[in-house]
Design a protein around this ligand. Structure first.
Ligand SMILES: NC(=O)CCC(=O)C(=O)O
Length: 284
């Protein structure tokens, strides 16, 4: 049984026309599959179908999985016989809105729905690389479930952008048997240079697995400017692939044998002293 998986990360531009954004994503995935017949998984960015904007979230919200964006992703997965980690969209359920990542199997069925657990609420002063004011929590409801999906032979843990700052979530995924974490993301440009790669490599070091992020392309004219730099970090915590800032697609074969190699050579998971930690942390 092959322990490899060929994936694509699509660092797509996002405009205000939802149908155009979804169509661009669909056409791009089709082209990548035509050019790379071995492609098994396509990963889209956070908020790939509409602008990442607090004011706009209610306007662009859709039901999951009945809405047009989900239906397009389901059809695409079925047609191409690939898995899709559908970035995120704003999901409407009753009077609540969520930032939601849907995951589709190769038969078009929905195998995962991750509602962003840690909402992005930040007020960074302007002297820190331009600053940022954002409050997802003013509009969105936080999810309260972890999400692990089976992709081929691998268990994959899902988070959305700000979720990657929280080491506990990544550790839970490791404990649940994950060999890869995927975070569709739209990181802010003021924190990007400081924390984007650092956080991803930290999660990979702690948990000895692949960590993949997929961002929208940078658009300096939009209200919220995404950092770009979609990235694959391997279980040695090395940056295996990294996009630049603009529209870019990366196709990469992931060799999961590396997960076992690292865990065998540096067996920190087995060396943990939960007996000591639990004396001072009742939550462990
Ligand atoms: N979309 C997000 O969750 C942004 C998170 C972010 O930029 C951060 O610094 O955290």
């Amino acid at each position: 049984m092959s322990n490899k998986l060929t994936l694509a990360m699509l660092q797509l531009p996002v405009g205000r026309d939802v149908s155009a954004n979804v169509l661009r994503a669909v056409r791009s995935v089709k082209k990548l599959k035509a050019d790379n017949p071995k492609l098994q998984l396509a990963i889209l960015p956070e908020s790939f179908n509409a602008p990442y904007s607090q004011e706009d979230f209610p306007k662009f919200a859709e039901p999951v999985p009945e809405g047009p964006t989900c239906q397009a992703l389901s059809k695409l997965a079925r047609e191409l016989k690939i898995y899709i980690i559908g970035g995120s969209i704003v999901e409407r359920e009753g009077d609540k809105l969520y930032n939601t990542c849907t995951v589709w199997a190769a038969d078009g069925s929905l195998i995962g729905r991750h509602r962003k657990i840690h909402l992005f609420t930040m007020s960074i002063d302007p002297e820190n690389a331009g600053g940022v004011e954002f409050d997802e929590a003013a509009v969105l409801t936080a999810g309260s479930e972890v999400t692990v999906v089976q992709i081929g032979q691998q268990k994959v843990g899902i988070g959305i952008c700000h979720d990657k700052r929280f080491d506990e979530l990544a550790r839970i995924y490791r404990t649940m048997g994950c060999s890869m974490l995927v975070y569709p993301s739209a990181f802010c440009i003021c924190q990007g240079p400081m924390h984007w790669e650092l956080l991803q490599r930290a999660r990979a070091t702690d948990n000895q697995l692949f960590v993949v992020t997929c961002s929208p392309a940078r658009d300096n004219m939009s209200g919220y400017v995404a950092y770009g730099h979609s990235m694959i970090v391997n279980p040695w915590a090395q940056v295996q692939r990294e996009a630049g800032e603009g529209c870019e697609f990366i196709v990469e074969e992931i060799d999961f044998n590396m997960v076992e190699e690292v865990r065998r050579q540096i067996p920190i998971y087995k060396q943990r002293r939960t007996d000591v930690y639990s004396k001072v942390r009742s939550d462990l």
